[in-house]
Design a protein around this ligand. Structure first.
Ligand code: MN
Ligand code: MN
Length: 458
């Protein structure tokens, strides 16, 4: 009895769930898988987010627009960064804004601006990888091309090839083991050099005796017929090679989901569903889907952009409130994934302070590396407040750090909100094989993240 009163331990969400809860967990996962398959890039995630919001009565916000309690708006920043918000009845200066902040960009292979060439009977596209990848994982798997090409006359051409089962896919070559003696002896980080991540895109020469680079020419001919683009248009293009795999259930019992880009769409999706569900809230609430987190959150669509401050300024002044006072009373869940303890690699985790899969959404008071460097470290008071919200609403959650103290580290967007005088703590889904082309999460952790966000916005 004393142990029950005084000790604390993690509980498996599946073990605690009744039939009704199990049904909710599994139903919610279906919506998420559909979102994943439709949103493999930040642009596609924004498009999907806008469609979901519009279906619930949200409409586009114009910077500087007058706002009334009950207004539901979205602000689409350059098709790569999305703000969703509801204006509440509560006094903004006393109540602040309740903010959820996730990111919708994921590691991938971006095309270079002069990508196309041919060599030895094969056409290739040069790439420059985006975000922290283990390069060897991106060879010898089917890849799809997603993105946009802006043509010389300013037209936007959307490209998605490799998702429809009838489409061709693309590929990065790897070396056969028979000839890989030297490669296999190299450290993993240098086994696949960045400049060998070239995407195989063709092999039939254009039928003309006089032309040079006939395979390249034939690829350009096909692109021109299908999209109306020419080689120079690659300069003003954002084309990304992403894994062509769809999201699938993992395991005999379907407890988990395998997919590309769980980091961080597994938090972005619950952010959208939570704010759409927050119809009764009296608070002013906001869900942010940010771009560029994987490369430092900088630029016009990253979380360090002044647009975040502008949004808070504009919402505050539209309600006659002082932005500095509103920020001081706002609070934020920085919604990002964390590493799930993996018994196949126990040496890098500290078991007592790791996120355990299926034990619920996980809170990290701090992130960072080498002695908490680079973390905003939430206050005990704020963690206490969030804890009470979860307890009052029956949210199953856990606490974690990434791994062992000296094994590495990482960061999230938390510090950029905290730097604006907004109390912020990290909360999100534990992931197995984070940043791999196919990552794994538990449906139970996904659903409890949605529940946590709903409780926070309530
Ligand atoms: Mn992330
Ligand atoms: Mn990441």
């Amino acid at each position: 009895q004393l142990a029950e009163e005084l000790t604390f331990s993690k509980k498996n969400v599946y073990e605690a769930a009744d039939d009704e809860k199990m049904q909710k967990i599994f139903d919610y996962a279906e919506g998420y898988k559909a979102f994943l398959n439709a949103a493999k890039t930040e642009r596609e995630a924004v498009r999907r987010g806008v469609a979901m919001a519009e279906a619930e009565g949200f409409r586009a916000y114009t910077l500087g627009e007058k706002l009334q309690p009950g207004d539901c708006r979205y602000y689409n920043n350059r098709d790569k960064n999305l703000f969703l918000f509801r204006v509440g009845e509560e006094n903004l200066e006393e109540d602040g804004i309740r903010i959820l902040a996730a990111h919708i960009d994921s590691p991938r292979l971006d095309l270079k601006q002069n990508p196309l060439y041919e060599d030895s009977g094969m056409g290739f596209l040069k790439t420059h990888y985006y975000g922290g990848i283990k390069k060897y994982q991106w060879t010898a798997i089917p890849l799809a091309l997603h993105g946009v090409v802006v043509t010389a006359d300013g037209k936007n051409v959307d490209v998605v090839i490799g998702e429809d089962p009838a489409d061709p896919v693309f590929y990065v070559n790897d070396l056969l083991p028979h000839l890989a003696q030297e490669q296999m002896a190299r450290p993993m980080a240098s086994a696949i050099p960045g400049e060998s991540l070239n995407i195989l895109v063709g092999g039939i020469p254009f039928a003309d005796d006089k032309a040079d680079n006939k395979i390249k020419l034939n690829v350009l001919r096909i692109l021109n017929e299908k999209y109306g683009i020419c080689e120079e248009d690659f300069i003003s293009a954002e084309l990304c090679a992403v894994p062509a795999f769809p999201a699938r259930d993992i395991g005999f019992d379907r407890a988990m989901i395998g997919a590309y880009g769980h980091d961080d769409r597994v938090c972005a999706y619950p952010e959208i569903t939570a704010i759409l569900a927050a119809k009764e809230t009296k608070h002013t609430v906001m869900s942010i889907l940010a771009d560029k987190e994987e490369i430092g959150s900088i630029g016009v669509t990253g979380m360090q952009n002044c647009l975040l401050r502008d949004m808070i300024d504009l919402i505050s002044t539209a309600r006659g409130a002082c932005p500095a006072v509103v920020r001081a009373h706002s609070m934020c869940l920085s919604a990002d994934v964390n590493a799930a303890f993996d018994p196949n690699f126990p040496e890098v985790y500290e078991r007592r302070n790791s996120a355990m899969i299926s034990c619920g959404t996980t809170m990290s008071k701090f992130t960072g590396s080498r002695g908490k460097s680079g973390t905003s470290d939430a206050s005990a008071e704020f963690v206490g407040k969030v804890r009470r919200i979860f307890a009052e609403n029956g949210v199953m959650w856990q606490t974690s750090e990434l791994g062992k103290v000296d094994c590495g580290g990482g960061g999230t967007v938390a510090m950029f909100l905290a730097n604006m005088n907004i109390d912020t703590v990290d909360l999100g889904v534990p992931v197995i094989s984070m940043h791999a082309p196919y990552e794994v999460v538990s449906k139970a952790d996904l659903y409890t993240t949605h529940e946590a966000f709903v409780a926070f916005l309530k």
